[in-house]
Design a protein around this ligand. Structure first.
Ligand SMILES: C[S@@+](CC[C@H](N)C(=O)[O-])C[C@H]1O[C@@H](n2cnc3c(N)ncnc32)[C@H](O)[C@@H]1O
Length: 287
């Protein structure tokens, strides 16, 4: 899309960002080898990476024309509650304890404020930031209920079978938060401007469950369960690794967890609600 608006010799630098412990090898290999890579056929396009949390400034001020973040800013910058104090709350941001939920709500507000502030510094005048992240629906829906239930049930089974200990399961938690439309607006109140950023677009919507859509066509419940379980393994199981006393056992535990989740979801397929937010921020020039 960017290339349709520039001459071929106009240089474009793409900066991929992730946490310092992220392995960027697969990314750079894909950029080099995939025929659909944005580098293919574009000699004036350059790829780079920053390994630093985006809850700090990670690029020079006034240097970014277009920012994009998807499926990432729902992870909190830290655990606001020690999981060992309230064990067994897999998704503490929406658990049964008000004190825990409010600690996560405060963390979510602080993180969004910081995230927007730092991006505000990094963007050039007129630059835009596109954000796709988890939301809370207007009806309070936080989504992913069937998946979280399948993970909890399987963990209970693995604990009974002695595959994991009660302490390990107690420490497991997903520091993930959804935000409502009001939460996204908060830093911009009351003037509508924050770090010269303005909300250009804000939409909370019910995202498509693609596995469910496919199941509606082929009625293949086994594949439905497996697809959700694979998604869980890639996106959330890594967060459980620090809870395990023997890190070397992680692959085996995750194999069994994935199999259990697949079986459970495949046994009773249902559509997963996925409340998502699409936010576009634009940086206004100095008056
Ligand atoms: C589900 S992946 C999304 C990857 C990609 N953006 C996409 O849309 O497919 C979430 C990524 O966010 C990264 N992440 C989480 N917290 C972060 C932080 N504080 N700073 C930078 N990256 C972070 C994780 O390491 C992970 O690679």
């Amino acid at each position: 899309v960017v290339r349709t608006r520039t001459s071929p010799d106009h240089s474009v630098l793409v900066v991929h960002t992730d946490r310092p412990d992220n392995d960027f090898t697969a990314l750079f290999r894909t950029l080099e080898e995939d025929p659909d890579s944005y580098l293919t056929g574009h000699r004036a396009t350059f790829a780079s990476a920053v390994g630093r949390s985006f809850y700090s400034q990670i690029l020079p001020s006034n240097s970014v024309h277009l920012g994009w973040t998807s499926w990432s800013v729902q992870w909190t910058s830290r655990l606001p509650v020690d999981p060992t104090e309230h064990p067994g709350r897999l998704r503490p941001a929406c658990c049964d304890l008000d004190t825990v939920c409010s600690a996560y709500a405060r963390q979510a507000a602080r993180d969004w404020h910081e995230f927007v502030a730092f991006r505000g510094r990094e963007l050039c005048d007129g630059g835009r930031l596109v954000v796709m992240t988890l939301a809370v629906g207007e009806d309070g829906e936080r989504g992913f209920g069937p998946l979280v239930a399948a993970i909890s049930d399987t963990l209970a089974e693995l604990r009974s079978a002695g595959v994991v200990t009660a302490d390990e399961v107690g420490r497991m938690c997903l520091p993930i938060v959804g935000r409502s439309a009001a939460d996204f607006r908060e830093p911009f109140a009351p003037s509508g401007l924050f770090e010269r950023l303005q909300i250009e677009h804000l939409e909370v919507f019910d995202g498509e469950d693609r596995f469910w859509a496919r199941y509606q066509k082929d009625r293949d419940a086994t594949t439905f369960g497996k697809q959700w379980a694979q998604f869980a393994r890639a996106s959330v199981f890594p967060s459980f690794a620090p809870a395990l006393e023997r890190p070397a056992a992680a692959a085996d535990v995750f194999d069994q967890l994935e199999a259990g989740v697949a079986t459970r979801l495949g046994a009773a397929p249902e559509r997963t609600p996925i409340p998502l937010a699409h936010v576009v921020l634009v940086k206004r020039p100095r008056p």
